[in-house]
Design a protein around this ligand. Structure first.
Ligand code: SF4
Length: 356
C-alpha cells in the first residue's frame, strides 16, 4: 500500500526484503594478460600488487568470507575472480585456482564461480573446461562493439570475437555478463548507440558500465598529456551511462554496476576523467529526474498529481545533495506533485498514481 512521504523524506528502510548473495572477491590483477589496453593500468585500478594469489590463499580468503557471511545469514555464495583475464592464464594456473574452490562447492558452502576474461580468450575447449569446474558466470570485457573504437583502444580483439564468445558461453549454459565503457577514444554517440543495440541482441544477463578514466601509467595518460585524448565531462559520462542503462533495462538486462569501485589507490592514480565515488548514484538520480520531468510534462498547468516511488528510492529521487529537488524547483515543478512511497514498487521507477 502506498504511503505518503513529504519533501523531508524519511530515511530509506534497511535492505531486508531481497538479500543479495555473498560474493567473495579474489583479485588476479594483470596476471596472464599480455595486452596493454590504452585505458588500463590494472595495479592502479585494483590496488592489488605483489605476487599472484595461490590456491591455498584462495581457500583462506573463502574461509574468512564464509565466517562473515554466516553472520549476515547469506543463503547463496559466489566466488568471483576479478581483474585480469582468467582464461588467458596457463591451464595449470586456471586449474589451481578453480580447484581451490571445489571443496567448498562439494560441501555446498559455495554455490557458483564467476570470472572475467576477454572475448578472444573464449573457445569451445575453454567453455568445456569452465563447465567442468562449475563456473556459472563469465563476464566479458567487451568495452565496445565498434572495431574502430576497439582498435584505437588497443584492445587487440574485434567485435566478431565478442559475438562468437557470447554465443559459445550462452550455448554452454553460462550466465553472460558484459562490461562496457563510455568515453573510449574515437567513441561518439553513434558508436555508443550501435554498441548498445548489438549488446542487446547478445542478450547478456547483466552489464557493467564504466566511464573511461585517465589513470597514471596507462597509454591514455600519454595521449592525454599530448592533447590527443579528451575525457568525457562528468555530466556527459552520467548522461551516456544513463542512456545505456535505460536501454538495457528496457530489454530486461540488469545493470549491476556503473563506475569503478572507488578507493584511495584509484584516487591517487587518477589523472583526469569523469570520476565520482558515487557515479552509479548520479546515473540513477539522473534517470529518476528524467522520468519525473516526463510525467509532469503531461500534467495540465495548475494541477497537482501524486507520484509514487519505491520506499528504498527516496535518496535516489532526491539526488546527491538534493540536486534533483533543486532542479525540479528551478523548473517550477516541485509544487506540481506529492510524493508517495510503496514498499512493493519496483526500484528505479516513478509512477503516476491515478485519481480515484
Ligand atoms: S585485457 Fe584487461 S587486463 Fe589486459 S590490458 Fe586490457 S583491460 Fe587490462
Amino acid at each position: 500500500m502506498a504511503r505518503p512521504a513529504d519533501f523531508g523524506f524519511q530515511n530509506p528502510e534497511p535492505e531486508t526484503r531481497n538479500p543479495k548473495p555473498l560474493v567473495i572477491p579474489v583479485f588476479i590483477p594483470h596476471e596472464g594478460c599480455p595486452h596493454s589496453c590504452v585505458f588500463c593500468n590494472q595495479h592502479s585500478i585494483s590496488g592489488v600488487e605483489g605476487k599472484p594469489v595461490t590456491g591455498s590463499e584462495v581457500a583462506g580468503i573463502i574461509r574468512t568470507w564464509l565466517k562473515r557471511g554466516r553472520k549476515k545469514n547469506a543463503s547463496r555464495v559466489q566466488v568471483a575472480f576479478y581483474g585480469g583475464s582468467f582464461t588467458g592464464l596457463s591451464m595449470a594456473r586456471q586449474r589451481e585456482l578453480l580447484s581451490s574452490v571445489k571443496p567448498f562447492i562439494e560441501c555446498s558452502e559455495v554455490q557458483t564461480i564467476r570470472l572475467s576474461t576477454r572475448p578472444d580468450y573464449i573457445d569451445p575447449g575453454i567453455v568445456a573446461f569452465l563447465q567442468e569446474h562449475q563456473v556459472a558466470t563469465v563476464e566479458l570485457g567487451v568495452q565496445s562493439i565498434d572495431d574502430a573504437v576497439l582498435e584505437r583502444s588497443l584492445r587487440g580483439h574485434l567485435a566478431k570475437d565478442t559475438i562468437r564468445a557470447s554465443a559459445l558461453l550462452k550455448d554452454g549454459g553460462m550466465e553472460l555478463g558484459i562490461q562496457l565503457m563510455v568515453g573510449l577514444p574515437g567513441q561518439n554517440f553513434t558508436s555508443l548507440r550501435k554498441s548498445t543495440a548489438q549488446v542487446i541482441t547478445l542478450a547478456p544477463a547483466f552489464v557493467r558500465i564504466y566511464p573511461v578514466l585517465v589513470v597514471a601509467g596507462s597509454g591514455l595518460e600519454l595521449q592525454y598529456g599530448r592533447g590527443e585524448y579528451r575525457p568525457l565531462s562528468l555530466s556527459r559520462a552520467v548522461l551516456q551511462a544513463a542512456w545505456m542503462k535505460k536501454k538495457m533495462t528496457a530489454h530486461g538486462i540488469r545493470v549491476v554496476r556503473m563506475g569503478l569501485q572507488p578507493g584511495p589507490e584509484l584516487e591517487r592514480s587518477l589523472v583526469a576523467g569523469p570520476y565520482h565515488p558515487a557515479f552509479g548514484e548520479l546515473v540513477n538520480a539522473r534517470l529518476m529526474l528524467g522520468q519525473t520531468r516526463k510525467l509532469l510534462s503531461r500534467v495540465p498547468p495548475g494541477r497537482q498529481v501524486r507520484l509514487q516511488i519505491s520506499d528504498r528510492d527516496q535518496s535516489v529521487f532526491r539526488g546527491i545533495r538534493s540536486a534533483n529537488i533543486h532542479r525540479l524547483t528551478s523548473l517550477g515543478l516541485s509544487d506540481r506533485f506529492t510524493l508517495h512511497t510503496d514498499p512493493d514498487q519496483a526500484r528505479g521507477v516513478v509512477q503516476l498514481i491515478p485519481d480515484r
